[in-house]
Design a protein around this ligand. Structure first.
Ligand SMILES: Nc1ncnc2c1ncn2[C@@H]1O[C@H](COP(=O)(O)OP(=O)(O)OP(=O)(O)O)[C@@H](O)[C@H]1O
Ligand SMILES: [Mg+2]
Length: 583
């Protein structure tokens, strides 16, 4: 069955159980068997205990000894069983929830950028870590407790009816009354669960934002402001807790009122029956034990129904992510990737906006690059340069028009094919909290140390790295926090070229470089542009002056193109750029 956010709750649950709970079928059967044997063994103990008391009274020490031995082994046996049950229970819980989490994680990282950008980081974290765990635990508990509940209900119904049909009539009041309480409570618990989830999303996002912007908070002296916001979250959490206690208390009050009415009714009716000689005190006591067991089991069933409402909130959140579109990938081998020698890029009348019905960021744009070379893009802030780059690596899809690589329409190509042809380097590149060498090897895990060192020499980074105590094995902190901005840019350029793709897009990567470093890097760009297509987005005239072709972007369109001399002569905007030494 294919899950869909519009399916009914029943279908969604069926999908979830089939996909994630039944996968642990063997473990679940084992737990159910352990519970079953355990409860049988536990029921024998009181019987043996009674027998022991009787043997003591009769002075039958031989039999008492046998009973003591049997009691000892049964107690040890039940303890071992419950240990085993706890172990298997935790293993199955771990395995199944991690299976669901692994799939969700994979889905999240492969989600189309359009959907991904709609979530805050906190939202993704709480769905991944909180919601999946909750649903899996619920599913396992449901399956494992269902047998116990069923046995309890069957046994108690049998005894209750056998003892007294007339007394059993109390259930005619108890069951519908308890059902009504849970029926009305369900709605409120669901509402509360939705609020709590939304709160969790905002709370995690807030924390993520604060901890990743510590320098900004310090330099703008926002500590008090941030502390107050944090306290605001605590207050909100407290009011949610109060609401939860209020709902639970109300439900408990209603349920205990129903129970006390039922018990008093039983006492009165028992008295009448005993008076008429239709019931004994002993049977009345047994009846009470069984009817309480029955009521407890029934209220357990109704409580599952209430928890189910909360679980549905989590399940919907998981399904929402699971049903968003993923990028289409074919997972190419390294050899296949290397075969992709791209020689041309063509954009034909492309139009794009981030949101439907919003103003277009790119408008009827035409661009043709049909041989290797250094191609620059210039234009004012917000005119669509980075957006154009994102379309070229298929982070987003064009609304109208077509992009071709080597003459093949992008819509026919998978994301991983396109990204194996094109390396996109952003101004603020990504780095992991790992060593320099491992960060470079993200380009290709089989890179040889020698090649890495040579590339670092080329971008002017090797000398600096060799001053570090652990050289290439130095850990660079979260996001490369121990490196300067220029060093990070050099590292990202080195890493990009080591990917060895036919096309590169560099988005403002010389912004943080000093004059000499910029010149050196542009020399490397020129060298690489002999055998590859280099698209260079920049506001710095010194970085683009030697380009084979410069595209001038204005308001979502490539309005002009040519080399530096041509544009200086013919393009007013470019002339201004040159005059100001940058845009
Ligand atoms: N993820 C996004 N969602 C919605 N709008 C966006 C998004 N990214 C960019 N935009 C909008 O698209 C327009 C073009 O942005 P883009 O980043 O392409 O500009 P740019 O030419 O690279 O500018 P800059 O020189 O400042 O880097 C801007 O108006 C921007 O507000
Ligand atoms: Mg940009």
């Amino acid at each position: 069955m294919k899950v869909n956010i519009n399916k009914t709750d029943k279908e969604k649950l069926k999908w979830f159980f089939e996909k994630y709970i039944y996968a642990g079928k063997k473990y679940l059967i084992l737990i159910i068997s352990l519970i079953f044997v355990g409860s049988l063994a536990a029921n024998i103990s009181p019987y043996l205990y009674g027998k022991m008391l009787d043997s003591i009274t009769l002075g039958d020490t031989d039999f008492l000894l046998k009973l003591i031995i049997a009691y000892f082994f049964i107690t040890i046996f039940t303890n071992l069983l419950s240990m085993l049950e706890a172990y298997v229970g935790q293993v199955v819980n771990f395995k199944l929830s991690k299976k669901a989490q692994t799939e969700l994680f994979d889905k999240m990282i492969r989600m189309k950028t359009y959907f991904y950008s709609k979530y805050e980081v906190g939202e993704l974290l709480s769905r991944l870590n909180g919601d999946t765990d909750g649903i899996v635990s619920f599913g396992i508990n449901l399956i494992t407790s269902i047998l116990n509940i069923a046995i309890d209900i069957l046994v108690s119904v049998y005894f209750v009816i056998t003892i007294s049909v007339r007394l059993s009539s109390v259930a005619i009041f108890y069951i519908p009354a308890t059902f009504l309480v849970t029926y009305f409570a369900r709605k409120y618990f669901k509402e509360l669960a939705e609020k709590r989830k939304k709160f969790g999303d905002e709370y995690y996002s807030f924390q993520n934002e604060i901890f990743s912007n510590n320098t900004g908070i310090k330099s703008f002296q926002l500590e008090n402001n941030v502390n107050n916001k944090y306290k605001g979250f605590i207050n909100k959490e407290f009011s949610l807790l109060k609401r939860s206690i209020y709902l639970k208390n109300n439900m408990q009050l209603a349920n205990s009122t129903i129970t006390v009415i039922s018990s008093l009714f039983i006492i009165y009716l028992s008295a009448v029956l005993i008076k008429d000689g239709l019931l004994t005190i002993g049977l009345m006591v047994s009846f009470n034990t069984y009817i309480n067991k029955l009521f407890a089991s029934i209220s357990q069933v109704f409580n599952i129904n209430v928890s189910l409402q909360e679980i549905m909130v989590s399940l919907n959140r998981v399904i929402e992510v699971m049903t968003t579109d993923s990028e289409v990938n074919n997972v190419l081998s390294l050899e296949e990737k290397r075969k992709n020698i791209a020689i041309s890029l063509k954009c034909e009348d492309i139009t794009f906006s981030y949101e439907k019905n919003e103003e277009n960021v790119l408008k009827n744009m035409d661009i043709l690059i049909d041989k290797s070379g250094l191609y620059s893009i210039v234009g004012s802030n917000g005119c669509g340069k980075s957006t154009f780059a994102k379309l070229l690596i298929k982070l987003y899809e064009v609304e109208k028009g077509k992009i071709y690589i080597n003459g093949t329409d992008y819509s026919k190509l998978s994301c991983d094919f396109i990204r194996s042809c094109i390396t996109y380097v952003q101004k603020e590149e990504f780095f992991f909290n790992d060593t320099i060498i491992n960060n470079i090897r993200l380009a290709d895990e089989n890179l040889k140390e020698n090649d890495i060192e040579n590339m670092c020499k080329l971008v002017g980074l090797d000398e600096f790295i060799k001053t570090l105590p652990n050289r290439y094995e130095t850990i660079i902190g979260e996001g490369g926090s121990t490196l300067s901005s220029g060093q990070k840019q050099k590292l990202s350029i080195a890493r990009a070229f080591l990917r060895n793709t036919p096309i590169y897009i560099f988005d403002e990567i010389t912004a943080n470089l000093d004059g000499k470093a910029e010149k050196d890097i542009m020399k490397i760009m020129k060298e690489y542009s002999k055998k590859s297509i280099i698209i260079f987005i920049s506001h710095k005239i010194s970085s683009i002056i030697d380009s084979d072709k410069i595209f001038v972007f204005e308001n979502g369109k490539a309005t002009d193109s040519g080399n530096h001399e041509y544009l200086l002569e013919n393009n007013h905007m470019y002339k201004e750029l040159f005059k100001n030494k940058g845009i």
